[in-house]
Design a protein around this ligand. Structure first.
Ligand code: 6R9
Length: 658
């Protein structure tokens, strides 16, 4: 990466929080000052202030054996106690913890006292089934309260959960169970998705069919009531919970006790089991949830739309919000079931005040048109969050105008499964926000943008995003593979100038620093193209394409090109309302000219393909690798992680017809 990423987008709009919002916000500029003055002292203060420690810690960080960090090592806490019992003991037992909304419209309000009682029983069931501290429990559930209850029950007894997204196949489930040697699987008969019942238990049965796994029991939640096959190892959740004592006392565990493993796909090889531990993870989760979103636990209704199968669901549905005593919505289904206004209806119903979602969802709603959200009362919203991908300025502006009534701060939060919690983001009560930029490291986090030699790139330039100091919620390793942990994240800058003061964490993302020092994420580095020696970001060209009124969604890839090295190839979804207006050829000519005009001739796509849908993973990330296969005329590679595996067939057959 010696050449500089050509920074082609110029965004000058800025939005400060309203004076009233800023005045009522808890976060103050002292947070940054304190963290700069004494970073470790700052995190120690946060850990003491935000959490209950059964045994106070005396050491903040042990970084004597990098990259293996230990935070608050001699302290002891119970993660579930922090998320439950202490709120009840403080007199907040009647506060609603979860407003559960099932897809078919069934709903349930669960208070902190009720949630605590359920988790205690579930913990007693786990103990009865012989689950001990450090044992791994696989959780394969829909977005129902039992998913949250299971995670907290596992945490309460010091065991380790591995949540596997309900959309994954039996094969993926089996490989994750085997990698972690799980002793128990918690699942359900099925769940509701897109207006239909979708079965879960058959996948567990298939995964365990060969009989040689580490799993001793499966605990089955009855959600849909559909028929299920029954094996010797199977137990009904409701029977077991009814059969145990209601009381369970939370005992403390060391701060570095493993809390969970979460599998995430790397660029190569089998998924990596990212390991997180207790005290540091909960500290940063609670801190960021409180300060990024300006949470007021007594009055806010918070809703994070992520599934608990992803890191966002772990940190910002379960641990952060519950540690902070928040009231939140938990929604089982999809945004368009039974109608396309479902999310807005939920916001109106519960008077949701903080919404945290992904750019891909926002762009889907843009495609459907603003008349849908405009049918609902969204005035309760006061903070909007974005996560998962770069959010292009067009989508950012739409989110603010149409959903946020031109008033709400938007926080674009950059982080990863590996970082455990938000790393780069505005603080909604403090920061003047810029559409499209994730902006600044949160207090206590040190980020830099470096070139390949580990040199700081300087304002106005692009390079690679690194974290320069260990942070509380950082991954503690890859389950069972310390070598891969080092290679993947820590070897990249070894021996460079930048690394002279200690190892640097390589995030795998490209980023640009603007002249204010704000950070713009440019997508994974494998998504950065090199066209005629110019570095172009897929995100930047996509953003330009989406800014055109014809375009709903766009994905850009760099395809091998004899003359230019790589060439820009774009796949574009046209807005429904515009689809009939012009021929594909006209549209593609128009859009090519538009990009050339907006960014420069160098960025003009060599080809633009109009498609009906883009290939996305179940977590909503565009799989550019597959589009690159198409653009380069190859057989399309492994599509098993796509949400809809047929999408690629449709796209590929379209290309052949051309
Ligand atoms: C939380 C989560 C991590 C990758 C990350 C980056 C992309 C996430 C982003 C963002 C630009 C943001 N990413 N948030 N890119 N702006 N606000 O999504 O974790 O599933 O592990 O993905 O997602 O590329 O490296 P995970």
């Amino acid at each position: 990466m010696s050449a500089k990423i050509d920074s082609l987008l110029h965004e000058h709009r800025k939005f400060a929080p309203s004076p009233e919002f800023a005045a009522a916000a808890d976060a103050s500029p002292e947070l940054y000052a304190d963290a700069t003055h004494d970073r470790l002292g700052f995190w120690a203060d946060q850990a003491r202030e935000l959490l209950h420690w059964h045994t106070p810690f005396t050491k903040t960080l042990d970084w004597t054996n990098p990259p293996f960090a230990k935070w608050f090592e001699d302290g002891e806490l119970n993660v579930a106690y922090n998320c439950l019992d202490r709120h009840v003991l403080a007199g907040n037992g009647d506060r609603v913890a979860l407003y559960f909304e099932g897809e078919p419209g069934d709903s349930r309000a669960i208070t902190y006292a009720e949630l605590t009682a359920e988790v205690k029983r579930a913990a007693n069931v786990l103990i009865k089934l012989g689950v001990k501290q450090g044992d791994r429990v696989a959780i394969y559930l829909p977005m129902i309260p039992e998913a949250v209850i299971s995670m907290l029950a596992v945490a309460r007894i010091g065991a380790v959960h591995s949540v596997i997204f309900g959309g994954f196949s039996a094969e993926s489930l089996r490989s994750r169970i085997d990698d972690a040697n799980a002793v128990l699987v918690i699942t359900a008969d099925g769940g509701y998705r897109k207006g239909k019942i979708s079965a879960l238990k058959p996948a567990v049965d298939a995964a365990l069919q060969s009989g040689d796994s580490s799993v001793r029991n499966t605990l089955v939640v009855k959600r849909t009531g559909q028929d299920v096959e029954w094996n010797d190892r199977d137990l009904w959740w409701h029977d077991e919970l009814a059969s145990v004592e209601p009381e369970h006392e939370a005992v403390p565990f060391p701060a570095e006790n493993p809390l969970f493993i979460l599998y995430t796909s790397g660029t190569t090889g089998a998924p990596k089991g990212i390991l997180h531990t207790s005290g540091g993870y909960l500290t940063q989760g609670a801190f960021t949830h409180k300060n990024v979103f300006d949470l007021k636990p007594e009055t806010d209704v918070y809703w994070c739309t992520a599934d608990v199968g992803w890191i966002t669901g772990h940190s910002y549905v379960v641990y952060g919000p519950l540690a902070n005593g928040a009231t939140q919505v938990l929604y089982e289904g999809t945004p368009d079931s039974p109608h396309t206004g479902r999310w807005w209806e939920i916001i109106e119903k519960y008077k949701v005040s903080i919404l945290y979602t992904a750019p891909t969802a926002i762009r889907t709603f843009m495609k459907l048109g603003r008349q849908i959200p405009q049918k609902f009362d969204l005035t309760s919203l006061r903070v909007l969050g974005s996560v998962g991908e770069p959010i292009n300025p067009e989508a950012w502006m739409w989110y603010r105008e149409v959903i946020g009534g031109n008033l709400t701060p938007i926080v674009d939060t950059w982080w990863q499964t590996e970082t455990g919690a938000i790393m780069v983001s505005a603080l909604s009560g403090l920061t003047e926000t810029k559409p499209g930029s994730a902006q600044v490291p949160i207090p206590g986090i040190t980020i830099d943008v470096l070139d390949d030699d580990g040199q700081h790139v300087g304002y106005g330039n692009g390079g690679l995003l690194v974290v320069t100091e260990p942070w509380p919620a950082m991954l503690r390793g890859i389950w069972g593979d310390p070598e891969r942990f080092k290679e993947t994240y820590w070897d990249k800058f070894e021996g460079t100038k930048g690394a002279k003061d200690g190892p640097l964490y390589f995030a795998g993302d490209g980023a640009r620093l603007d002249h204010d020092g704000d950070i713009w994420l440019l997508g994974r580095v494998d998504d950065v193209m090199n066209v005629s020696g110019h570095r172009l970001s897929t995100a930047e060209i996509e953003s330009s394409l989406v800014a055109h009124h014809l375009t709903a969604e766009a994905a850009v890839v760099g395809a091998a090109d004899e003359t230019t090295g790589q060439a820009v190839v774009a796949f574009v979804v046209i807005k429904l309302s515009q689809a009939e207006e012009a021929s594909h050829e006209d549209i593609s000519t128009l859009l090519r000219a538009h990009v050339a005009q907006q960014i420069g001739a160098i960025a003009r796509p060599r080809e633009i393909f109009i498609v009906d849908e883009l290939p996305k993973t179940r977590s909503g990330k565009i799989m550019r690798r597959l589009l690159r296969d198409v653009a380069e005329g190859r057989e399309v590679g492994d599509v098993t992680t796509l949400a809809d595996t047929m999408v690629m067939n449709t796209i590929a057959s379209k290309m052949r017809k051309k």
